[in-house]
Design a protein around this ligand. Structure first.
Ligand code: NAG
Ligand code: NAG
Ligand code: NAG
Ligand code: NAG
Ligand code: NAG
Ligand code: NAG
Length: 818
């Protein structure tokens, strides 16, 4: 756009009055002060004020501008209109950039600038809670046009001083954004310079034209100032009369205004344009690249030559040496200026963030680009962009490293890396949450490991034996040890919580199964169960039944941390009878330990013993008794249905497992055999007369196969040689021999009668009886107590001896061979 001088401007007038009020509680600060944590720097056309977090101590800091005696809080709107920008990092370090041309600066000949800012720390009630910063900056090297792109505003100032006019003369007409003075007006040019109050109107190009009077522009929020030599225009990025242009792939915000000054008969027209980048960043994991168009809308032609190109950080130029150290690169690549900043350098900072509970980091750095260019070799523009760069949030899922030591049986896990600003607060285990301190008291030894770059990782050790470790038996011999963990983290200083959920498992074939052992005595089984290494996680089955608490008590169960003991009588219901012997019973106790969840059999144990037990009794009065036992090989047997040979002879007593018979030797089909001086009575216990003993099905049809034969033969032997009698055998039952033997006595009495009448007998006191030789002796031999009428007593041989032994000699025969 062309600009002309339409008239001569008359006198200019600018008054700058700086009045620093001292009547409030302030501590003036001129320069860096360790105590207050304030620092000011003059950096070209702006002043930088830094407030250290030690001052803010976590509180908000607010800033006021000072306009004469007035204190004006710097609100966001005021800041962008008046040339301030305020920024802070998460720790409370504040950075304020104040344009030297800000609304409140004291300006002495566009050379000395007094900038007063009041710093207020919220909530701090100490005497220092309000601080006044007074800073004087000098800046002489004003370029004819200076453009400042700050974080929140674009500022352009152009020279409109007569001093410039001399040099202007040679300027090509097409140069823009500059007051062009024709030589003929030189002498009177000062009249053309107008104060702000001579601004007649302003035309904004959006890019369609929009005219405003000064008051409206100010009211809308634009900053319009005149100084001794310059016109300053300032606009926020969001102002309605700004527009976006894509310049060589870089989006730029543009404000373009023509200002008309009117003084009496003359009108001066001044073009101002500012264009500031709002993008152009690309990121890789290692590098941040910021592209800026080589040719931008502020340049009128491609004849523009770049005179200087500087990089800065935090608003301050970085020397080329420093750039080399940091690895910064600033180059021109084709039609772009590229600034390369390695990710993670010390001029910026990393910060942790939690997004949807996922750990992210972001790197922030405040870059600055300063360009100096001239067009057609004459006029020059200084262009400064303060450009805070924040990388996108970069997911950084931490690595979970399992260093578990199986030999030592300790879980050892490492989680990281995290940035310095992450604190581990607590860990949630399977059964509860512990703070780090509590976990360490418990012996978990949580360590924070630091890397050289300041990142850290957290190491945790938990023994397998800890109750927080979940043990799951996956098969008979393998155990899985699991340590489920939820790490609770906090990001400082914002106290943003996030968590990390993980679990570590170890499978070990280290199970020792429980074992069972036992012994017997004459009446009981003694069972001892030793737990394996997984505690009492089993059920006990005795015989065919699980052990109930009631029966545990019955069996005198004793329990301690490692063992269980039981005493089971051999006649207990859980004991199986295997075999009957003449005077004992072979009984077996089966013990099964089984795991209830997976129904695994852990230990299977059987103990069989012979227990003394009288099965048959033979009494000298000729009666016999016999006990029939239900053995496990005849499961269908119903003892109550057993009979002797005579099916009418039923048990005197019976229950589920026993039948007891008592009968006389001459009844119930008992047979008698007499041989070799032995009298043998025999009978059998069978399933009544061959009738099936199983349950009848409906309609009387047998519903199950006949029982295996059950036949117990018992015998009573009475030896007739003397008063001792010996007993009997049972007939073996098929494959299983079940001999039954009973012993009995037939009492025989030998008496000496006084005469042949057999009415008078010698008694004990009469012995020894004296008799004459050859006189007869009358002996009586009686079988006592036998009720069996078929028994006959036959004397075979009788003899006399001198001594008691029956075989002693000499002997005299009394009866020989009957
Ligand atoms: C500064 O104070 C003067 C006098 O009170 C006032 O006219 C002017 O508008 C104020 N400037 C700002 C930027 O508020
Ligand atoms: C810090 O060092 C650790 C270990 O060398 C690495 O894993 C991590 O990525 C580094 N962190 C940063 C922010 O560079
Ligand atoms: C554990 O720490 C996390 C993260 O700081 C927090 O959100 C959570 O409330 C804590 N849990 C308990 C039980 O204290
Ligand atoms: C537990 O009982 C068993 C036998 O019943 C015994 O050998 C063992 O010493 C006992 N252990 C403890 C810790 O009392
Ligand atoms: C025979 O003797 C036994 C044992 O003394 C007795 O139980 C039984 O009743 C007696 N029998 C007879 C018939 O007397
Ligand atoms: C009876 O006694 C005689 C003489 O001692 C002996 O020889 C015989 O074997 C005995 N008979 C029986 C059946 O025991």
């Amino acid at each position: 756009m062309m600009s002309w001088l339409l008239g001569i401007c008359t006198l200019w007038m600018l008054m700058v009055v700086v009045l620093a009020q001292k009547n409030f509680n302030v501590v003036p600060v001129q320069n860096f002060n360790q105590r207050t944590g304030l620092k000011t720097d003059c950096l070209g056309n702006y002043m930088r004020l830094t407030v250290d977090k030690s001052l803010s101590v976590g509180s908000l800091v607010e800033f006021d501008a000072i306009n004469g005696s007035q204190i004006v809080p710097i609100t966001p709107n005021l800041a962008s209109q008046c040339g301030f920008s305020i920024d802070s990092d998460p720790w409370g370090n504040y950075r304020v950039f104040a344009s030297l041309l800000n609304c409140f600066a004291g300006n002495e000949d566009d050379h000395l600038f007094d900038i007063d800012v009041r710093v207020r720390v919220q909530g701090v009630k100490a005497a220092q809670d309000v601080l006044l910063v007074e800073k004087t900056c000098t800046h002489d090297q004003w370029a004819p046009r200076e453009i400042l792109c700050d974080r929140n505003y674009m500022e352009v100032s152009v020279n409109r001083l007569p001093g410039e006019i001399t040099s202007m003369r040679r300027r090509p007409k097409q140069a823009q954004d500059q007051v062009i003075f024709d030589n003929q007006w030189t002498d009177t040019v000062s009249e053309a310079i107008t104060s702000k109050y001579n601004i007649w109107r302003m035309v904004f190009f959006t890019p369609t034209q929009k005219a405003m009077v000064l008051e409206d522009a100010l009211k809308t929020g634009y900053g319009v100032t005149t100084t001794k030599s310059r016109l300053v225009l300032r606009s926020g990025y969001d102002m309605p009369e700004t527009y976006v242009e894509n310049v060589n792939g870089v989006p730029m915000k543009i404000i373009r205004v023509t200002t008309y000054f009117k003084r009496q008969w003359s009108v001066t027209m001044l073009d101002t344009v500012a264009a500031c980048p709002t993008g152009g960043l690309t990121f890789t994991d290692e590098m941040i690249t910021w592209y800026f168009p080589r040719f931008n809308p502020l340049m009128s032609s491609s004849k523009t030559s770049i005179l200087g190109m500087y990089m800065g950080i935090d608003g301050k130029r970085v020397s080329s040496e420093q750039m080399a150290v940091r690895g910064y690169v600033l180059t021109i690549e084709d039609d772009k200026i590229a600034m390369k900043i390695p990710m993670g350098g010390p001029d910026g900072y990393y910060k942790s963030h939690a997004v949807n509970n996922q750990y992210h980091i972001r790197y922030s750095i405040e870059a600055m680009l300063e360009l100096l260019w001239s067009e057609g070799g004459l006029d020059s523009t200084r262009y400064t962009v303060l450009f805070p760069i924040k990388t996108p949030l970069m997911p950084r899922p931490p690595q979970f490293v399992d260093l578990t030591d199986i030999d030592q049986r300790i879980f050892d896990v490492l989680l990281g890396p995290f940035l310095y600003d992450v604190e581990l607060v607590n860990i949630t285990f399977s059964t509860g949450v512990l703070t780090v301190a509590e976990a360490n008291v418990r012996g978990f030894n949580i360590q924070e490991q630091r890397f050289q770059n300041g990142s850290k990782a957290f190491r945790l050790k938990v023994p397998f034996s800890d109750p927080f470790v979940v043990k799951t038996q996956t098969d008979l011999l393998a155990m899985v040890y699991s340590l489920p963990l939820v790490y609770g983290f906090m990001i400082l200083p914002e106290y943003t919580p996030f968590s990390y959920i993980t679990s570590v498992d170890v499978r070990l074939q280290d199970i020792v199964l429980p074992t069972v052992g036992g012994t017997c005595d004459e009446g009981n089984f003694y069972v001892k169960i030793s737990y394996g290494n997984i505690g009492k996680n089993f059920n006990i089955m005795l015989g065919t039944r699980d052990l109930t608490p009631a029966r545990s008590a019955e069996y005198g169960m004793k329990e301690n941390a490692t063992h269980i003991s039981l005493v089971v009588p051999f006649l207990a219901l859980d004991v199986a009878f295997e075999l009957m012997y003449p005077s004992s019973l072979r009984a077996r106790l089966d013990v099964l330990l089984w795991e209830p969840v997976n129904k695994w059999s852990l230990s299977d144990f059987s103990l069989a013993c012979n227990f003394p037990m009288t099965m048959t009794e033979c009494f000298s009065n000729g009666s016999m008794s016999a006990l029939a036992v239900k053995v496990e090989s005849v499961p269908q047997l119903v003892p109550r249905q057993l009979t002797l040979r005579d099916p009418s002879c039923r048990p005197k007593f019976s229950n589920d497992r026993f039948a007891y018979f008592s009968f006389d030797a001459n009844s119930c089909g008992t047979t008698r055999t007499f041989y070799d001086g032995v009298l043998m009575y025999q009978n059998e216990i069978t399933l009544g007369n061959g009738l099936p003993v199983y349950q009848q099905g409906r309609k009387g049809v047998p519903s199950s196969p006949p029982d295996p034969e059950y036949r117990v033969t018992m015998s009573c032997f009475y030896t007739l040689n003397d008063t001792r009698t010996v007993a009997f055998f049972t007939k073996p039952r098929e494959s299983e021999p079940l001999p039954e033997t009973g012993f009995g006595e037939l009492q025989v009495v030998l008496r000496l009668s006084r005469d042949g009448s057999y009415n008078n007998f010698y008694v004990e006191e009469d012995y020894p009886v004296v008799q004459y030789l050859r006189s007869p002796l009358f002996f009586e031999v009686v079988l006592l107590q036998s009720t069996d009428p078929q028994i006959e007593l036959v004397l075979e041989n009788c003899w006399a001896t001198l001594k008691e032994g029956r075989n002693s000699t000499p002997r005299w025969d009394l009866i020989v061979d009957g």
